[in-house]
Design a protein. Structure first.
Length: 277
């Protein structure tokens, strides 16, 4: 069993609160039609999925991405229509997030806002995934300014029910102040060989599991249950585990998260149903 630093608050979801999926970004719908179809399937415990056309929204609306976005939006509406969400999966279920690359704080504010407007206007997204988000204290004011503006843009749109959702893609534990800048933080992104021995930052125990996400590649099927225990023990409410690794590829893809894991049906059944009609 991994050596973990976890408080009682972090451990509280070990046998209770339901996990859900966050999808960092599948390949283009033409290259990954099965993946996009699975996101809209009733019963998939999906918190959110990221739409990334060309490291952002692209230069014009893509008809294949428009279709995929519409299917996911319709699935969310069917799942939530007329019912009050009774768990964290259904409460945030099925949101489509636009991919904004912060380049570790190097991209200009105006450029990011222009991309955000395109995502909202073209794809009616329900939030944003801020990839390569800086994690240090020095960049926090700039990230706060950006997330505040994004929240305002989402509030003005008619597609982001509940004000939209912002996820910061740090991939590591950031300076604690970032927890107040967005709805969720990705505090681990990397291989299973690192994850199984990872430690959680003590400050995360002050927040509920739905505030944290973990993305792990190279997880063998035989270690899937252990990986889920680690996520629960560390207080992560959103996960994406795959047996792919960064040396795999399909249709030219080297991103291990761009395709379904071979055990997709198994992990869906282990987590249990989320979106349902």
């Amino acid at each position: 069993m991994p050596h973990l630093t976890a408080s009682a608050d972090a451990r509280r979801i070990a046998g209770g609160e339901q996990l859900g999926f966050g999808v960092p970004g599948y390949a283009h719908p033409l290259l990954a039609p099965a993946e996009w179809a699975e996101l809209a399937r009733p019963g998939t415990p999906l918190h959110w999925a990221v739409l990334n056309i060309a490291n952002g929204p692209g230069s014009r609306p893509d008809p294949h991405c428009l279709e995929a976005a519409g299917r996911l939006r319709n699935a969310r509406e069917r799942a939530l229509h007329g019912e009050a969400p009774d768990d964290t999966v259904r409460a945030s279920g099925g949101r489509l997030l636009g991919h904004l690359d912060l380049a570790h704080g190097e991209r200009p504010f105006d450029e990011l806002i222009a991309d955000a407007r395109s995502f909202i206007d073209w794809y009616r997204i329900g939030g944003f995934y801020l990839a390569r988000c800086p994690a240090d204290r020095a960049h926090l004011p700039a990230v706060r300014r950006l997330t505040g503006t994004l929240h305002a843009l989402l509030a003005e749109s008619d597609s982001a029910d509940g004000g939209g959702r912002l996820v910061l893609g740090h991939g590591t534990h950031p300076y604690p102040g970032y927890a107040e800048a967005a709805d969720q933080l990705v505090t681990f992104q990397g291989p299973w060989t690192d994850y199984r021995w990872s430690q959680v930052a003590e400050w995360t125990a002050d927040y509920p599991p739905e505030r944290f996400a973990h993305f792990v590649h190279g997880v063998p099927r035989t270690h899937l249950e252990e990986a889920m225990r680690v996520a629960r023990w560390q207080g992560a409410g959103t996960i994406f585990f795959t047996d792919r690794n960064d040396r795999d590829g399909r249709s030219g893809q080297s991103d291990p998260f761009a395709t379904l894991p071979s055990y997709w049906d198994e992990i869906v059944s282990r987590i249990g149903p989320g979106i349902s009609e």
